[in-house]
Write a protein of this length. Structure first.
Length: 165
């Protein structure tokens, strides 16, 4: 636990240095190095389960959701694949989180723009734990903080992380 907190503080400090979105900024380059790569999560819901694969690369994201009829994203129960969605992200400054997920109290502002499927821009935050778990804020946790504007940026993390692949 202590290692996680120390690492979290170090990462939050590093992530908090990213107010500039200039791709040549050393802090932005460092944070993108942490975020770049493939991240996967599986969630169960009332229809079975679904996996989400994010591929992040220096401000660009692709998002692929796969739906399964069974629980735990069992490939043998594949039901349907949604189209790939691409969009952009911009890193901002530090963002205070409520600490209810993994004890994480600080993340970095993250704004999503340019969705290829027409979704509206969103204002979220991101946190990395142990270099392997990627958390985004949960825009459904508090209706007053629905990610629709910078002033409505959520403070609660989604409890299910993306896992580095």
């Amino acid at each position: 636990m202590k290692k996680t907190l120390i690492l979290g503080v170090m990462l939050a400090s590093l992530l908090g240095l990213t107010a500039c979105s200039d791709s040549d900024d050393p802090a932005t380059i460092a944070v993108n190095a942490l975020l770049n790569g493939a991240w996967l999560k599986c969630e169960n819901d009332n229809l079975g389960s679904f996996s989400v694969l994010l591929t992040m690369n220096n401000g660009d994201i692709t998002f692929v959701e796969t739906r399964f009829s069974g629980n735990d994203c069992d490939i043998n129960n594949l039901q349907m694949i949604n189209p790939t969605v691409s969009f952009k992200y911009t890193l901002g400054g530090p963002h205070t989180l409520d600490g209810t997920v993994a004890g994480i109290t600080e993340g970095t502002e993250l704004s999503f723009t340019g969705f290829t499927n027409g979704d509206p821009d969103t204002f979220d935050a991101v946190a990395i734990n142990n270099l392997t778990d990627l958390y985004f804020t949960d825009e459904d946790a508090d209706p007053a903080k629905d990610a629709s504007s910078a002033s409505k940026r959520p403070t609660t993390l989604d409890p299910i992380p993306f896992i580095r692949q």
